[in-house]
Design a binder for this molecule. Sequence first.
Ligand code: ZN
Length: 418
Amino acid sequence: MNKKFNYKYKCSSCYSIFEADKIESEMIYICPLCGNVQQNKPLKGVLEIFYNYDFLKKKYSKNYFEEITSGKIWLYPDLWPIDFQLYDKSLLNLLSLPQNQILHFQTDKYNLFFQDETRNPTNSFKDRATIAVVLKAIELGITEIAAASTGNAGSSLAGICARMGIKSHIFVPKNIPEAKRIQIQSYGANIYIVDGDYDEAFDLCLDIASKNNWYNRNTAFNPLTIEGKKSAAYDIFINTKGEIPDVIFIPVGDGVIISGIFKGFSELLKLGLISKLPKLIAVQAEGSSAIVDYLFDEKFSYKPAETIADSISAGAPRNLFMAVKAVKDSLGFGIKVNDDEIISSQKELSQKFGILVEPSCSASFAGYKKTITNFTKQEKIMLLMTGSGLKDFNSLKLWNEMPSIKSADEWKNILATK
Ligand SMILES: [Zn+2]
């Protein structure tokens, strides 16, 4: 079999299987049989990539992963739908992520592991998806990529595209935090601000990208976004030497990060490298909680999202069904937190741990604090920190007033003890 196609695509709704050659040469994103994009609704027919795990089991042993470093997906190439042989090593190295992102705090009060994704090339988890999407685009000979984004996916695509010499088009809602907008512009991307919410930006991007033949990085819609995000599970596996956490708190908006992480750990299970999945806890904001609500009553009803945590603000989570499956199959649960809890957790994370994150990540910490009694002290708990706090100044301003300004002499009078 050609290395290029040692994988196939499977529909997560109707379970039909498709040859990779057909899906990729025809630039198909969602299931050709049942796939359905409707305004303000979760996507139907999201495609998932799968491999011959029984065959790969022989190749990828625990020893194999002990000898490679994290942050470089091309070091275990047969678990990716990308032909890495097409690329020069120095070019791939431009896409390396930091080697060990785990911070472990062990105190009387806490025994916590943080997976710190704020040090990625554009300071968010989204780089994991973008790397896979951009490598696939180059492989397909495409030179322009589009994405709808609340900010992080857009700045990630803009930054990685700038690094790889590709043109990017980013559709964002008008409430995008200023720092994220400026980050996107700084990388030289074309930015289109939609007078509406993320869901409207998503639908517009689908329409324009297909009319202009741009490759589409819309999250969940492009199967490579879920695939790219699975790399976090492999990196956690590599960095803990197989002693993975028992529980992982994940901030959830569209449902793609949790689905990607679930896929990564499910693959590690299929490869016989771990014996059980970590429980995945979906944390959502009260004003954007469609996935947690669905876990309770199996119903979706669209409500415009309203939360300070813009990165997890999605009224119609596009990957709702897969995210729900990730929580259920991993024996996790969903939890909602309000904006006040999110902001006070942001402050606590900064001041007690020195981790400055945006509100979506502090939602993870807020969710952890609310449910701490569900876990034993022996359980290894990890919190996923998906984006830097410097991406959203307004939330930081809520608890950092402008200090007073005085002359040097005045400060001397106040501060000098001798
Ligand atoms: Zn289908």
